[in-house]
Design a protein around this ligand. Sequence first.
Ligand SMILES: Nc1nc2c(ncn2[C@@H]2O[C@H](COP(=O)(O)OP(=O)(O)O)[C@@H](O)[C@H]2O)c(=O)[nH]1
Ligand SMILES: [Mg+2]
Length: 207
Amino acid sequence: SQGPTVIMVCGVNGCGKTTTIAKLAYMFQSQGKKVVLGAADTFRAAAVEQLSIWAQRLGVDIVTGPQGSDPAAVGHRAVARAIEMHADVCIVDTAGRLQTHQNLMRELSKIHRVLGKQIPEAPHEVLLVLDATTGQNGISQAKHFSEAVKCTGLVLAKLDGTAKGGVVVAIRQQMGLPVKFVGVGEKPEDLLPFDADSFVDAMFAES
Ligand SMILES: Nc1nc2c(ncn2[C@@H]2O[C@H](COP(=O)(O)OP(=O)(O)O)[C@@H](O)[C@H]2O)c(=O)[nH]1
Ligand SMILES: [Mg+2]
């Protein structure tokens, strides 16, 4: 109700995090909301560059840090900037990581903790991006990421391919974690709110 809504985005390498953030930024912007991005994937220089290009294209503000710098510090500065600019939404990118890599999962917990320093309820949403081609490993991803950062929802990316992302049914059933959006392409407008009926229809449709 007051202050920016902070959204943290996590997942394994290449699942579609950065693209999803561009799509979310585009969606919020279309709703007339002011958006600040935090490029807390400081692991690869190319990752910061990729998000910066999106920010420039969409005309939204972005907070970055040098390659190899503390991602939690970038997250902290992104929230500070969002507060200062009276932004509505702050979306924080994170580096891809294997859910079984304990050090990197601890780093993710730290980012999560630091995002709450200036706004006690933040991050208000923690979205786990799952590649629709992921099979049963998706359950392990959902479990481990939730243990580290208490995920609030899934984004099922790359649903425009042949994969149907059926693993989200098991994740919903076992962990109660809902799918909030689906990614259906590489463009900013290629994000749809999840619709269970059309998802099930597509799952059983003849290809
Ligand atoms: N077809 C398709 N490609 C996607 C989708 N989301 C992401 N991608 C592509 O997947 C690749 C990895 O995406 P990226 O956002 O960089 O993943 P990250 O490593 O998790 O940040 C890029 O080539 C994206 O364009 C989607 O919904 N559909
Ligand atoms: Mg990325």
